[in-house]
Design a protein around this ligand. Structure first.
Ligand code: UD1
Ligand code: CA
Length: 457
């Protein structure tokens, strides 16, 4: 079995410079969804027909999944879906009657591998297998025409259909499996006698029927075969995709306070008793240990969150490794290279970047901790800034264990504060503080008695 994916169309109705099949669904280009689903069937080869924006499509896909070994086929002019398949035919490994060709569309991304397997299984040298659906809104789709025996005898595109045919609500998904040998002959016989003047793949159905080859339709729920021709359909498929992802999480035992208000743009791995509040966006690869809770309005990207950790509302986390039983937020920003050890506390309006923070250390309010290594049990007061940038270069700040940094202090890197060092509030620390010492680096307070306030002129 070989797969041919059609992805050369120019996607005029998207009104975009980006090739249609690269528009994203759940954070990943549509074409990648189709490719990954096709790869689940372990085909002998995958051919992708590209045309408009071909270089871009090849670059994106080869970067994301070089292991698929895709054979890229260029369709120079977009003369129709039949013409597109024709371009791929010379590349097939075998054009014998035993070899099956599964045709997929790059703009029909919600298809599942289980359905595709059934489509392939019911294809034989004497039988074309076609995937159809009963659509609540059939507009824009090809309609399935059946004869008086109920056999599929043709597919008529909407723009070529008469009013009686337009009333048919069984639609063509575009997905079909055909024996490679017969496909060649039918494609060679295609004409362009239709409203768009294109070579329609769908016309081979009537030819097969005329040749006495049975066309067996497999019908599935319409959500699975919905196509994307415009932004409105893309938005509606995105909702379907997200509901599907949310339902999978619910089935695994994740608590979602509202499954319709979670967006997963990548892969999430959840332990037991994970709870996710509303309006959470998860991107890239995210993993949650047992008992993690995520508050409302959090965005978490490419991070690993350890068991028992609580992420409070409005927090952003990216590229971080977070240990166990930690509390983060509300409204914290954890940037890439942050490593939080167990039982840390990062409170509201605290930003961390490239910071490795030891066990039980705390920064409860309003701080910036950048390019730093902190030992265990440190306490970073409100308004503390780790000055890591001298205007040209970044430098590191090192804190031993149990270091106390008083509120509104600045630590000017490179600087080291040894174990049990103590920084008085409001200090500007620019040289190292030895173990167990107090650093006071601020102007001594003066008292001017009987101070007369300036008078307004
Ligand atoms: C097509 C089907 C229609 C079906 C619908 C399902 C035909 C003639 N019509 O219509 O019966 O109901 O899909 O979504 O097949 N493409 C190429 N080269 C081309 C033209 C198209 O590679 O020259 C690719 C497109 O990139 C797209 C797919 O083929 O991935 C379908 O093309 P599109 O123009 O979107 O066809 P529809 O009008 O949706
Ligand atoms: Ca389409």
């Amino acid at each position: 079995m070989e797969v041919v994916i059609l992805a050369a169309g120019n996607g005029t109705r998207m009104h975009s410079a980006l090739p249609k099949v690269l528009h994203r669904l759940g954070g990943r280009p549509m074409l990648l969804h189709v490719l990954e689903t096709a790869a689940c069937l372990a085909p002998d080869s995958i051919h992708v027909v590209v045309g408009v924006g071909a270089e871009q499509a090849v670059a994106v896909v080869e970067e994301a999944c070089p292991h698929l070994g895709i054979n890229w086929v260029t369709q120079k002019e977009q003369l129709g879906t039949g013409h597109a398949v024709q371009q791929a035919l010379p590349c097939l490994q075998q054009r014998t009657s035993d070899n099956k060709v599964l045709i997929l569309f790059g703009d029909v991304p919600l298809i599942t591998s289980a359905t595709l397997k059934q489509v392939v299984d019911q294809c034989t040298p004497e039988q074309i297998s076609l995937l159809t659906a009963r659509a609540s809104l059939p507009q824009g789709f090809g309609r399935i025409i059946r004869n008086s025996d109920g056999d599929v005898s043709a597919i008529i595109e909407e723009r070529d259909a008469n009013s009686e045919q337009k009333a048919i609500n069984e639609i063509n998904s575009g997905i079909m499996a055909i024996s490679a040998l017969r496909l060649q002959a039918w494609l060679d016989a295609l004409g362009t006698n239709n409203d768009q003047g294109e070579y329609y793949l769908t016309d081979i159905v009537a030819m097969a029927h005329a040749d006495g080859v049975r066309v067996r339709a497999k019908m599935v729920g319409e959500e699975e075969v919905m196509g994307v021709n415009n932004k409105s359909q893309l938005a509606s498929l995105e909702r379907h995709y997200q509901m599907r992802t949310a339902n999978k999480l619910l089935e695994q035992g994740v608590t979602l306070l509202d499954p319709s208000r979670l967006d997963v743009r990548g892969e999430v791995d959840c332990g037991r008793d994970v709870e996710i509040d509303v309006n959470v966006v998860l991107e890239g690869r995210v993993s949650f240990g047992d008992g993690v809770s995520v508050g409302a309005n959090c965005v978490i990207k490419d991070s690993k969150i350890g068991p028992g950790t609580k992420i409070l509302a409005g927090t952003q986390i990216e590229g971080a490794y977070i240990g166990q039983n930690i509390s983060i937020g509300p409204m914290a920003r954890i940037r890439s290279g942050t490593v939080l050890s167990d039982r840390c506390k990062i409170g509201n309006f605290v930003e961390t970047k490239n910071a490795v923070i030891g066990e039980g250390s705390k920064a409860n309010h309003l701080a910036y901790i950048g390019d730093a290594v902190l030992g265990d049990g440190c306490n970073i007061g409100a308004g503390v800034v780790f000055c890591n940038y001298d205007g040209a270069n970044k430098h590191q700040t090192k804190l031993g264990d149990n270091v106390f940094v008083g509120s509104n202090s600045v630590l000017i890197a490179p600087v080291t504060l040894e174990d049990n060092a103590f920084v008085a509030a409001g200090s500007s620390v620019s040289s190292d503080v030895p173990e167990g010492s107090l650093a006071v680096a601020r102007v001594k307070q003066r008292i001017v008695p009987d101070w007369k306030r300036p008078k307004k002129k």
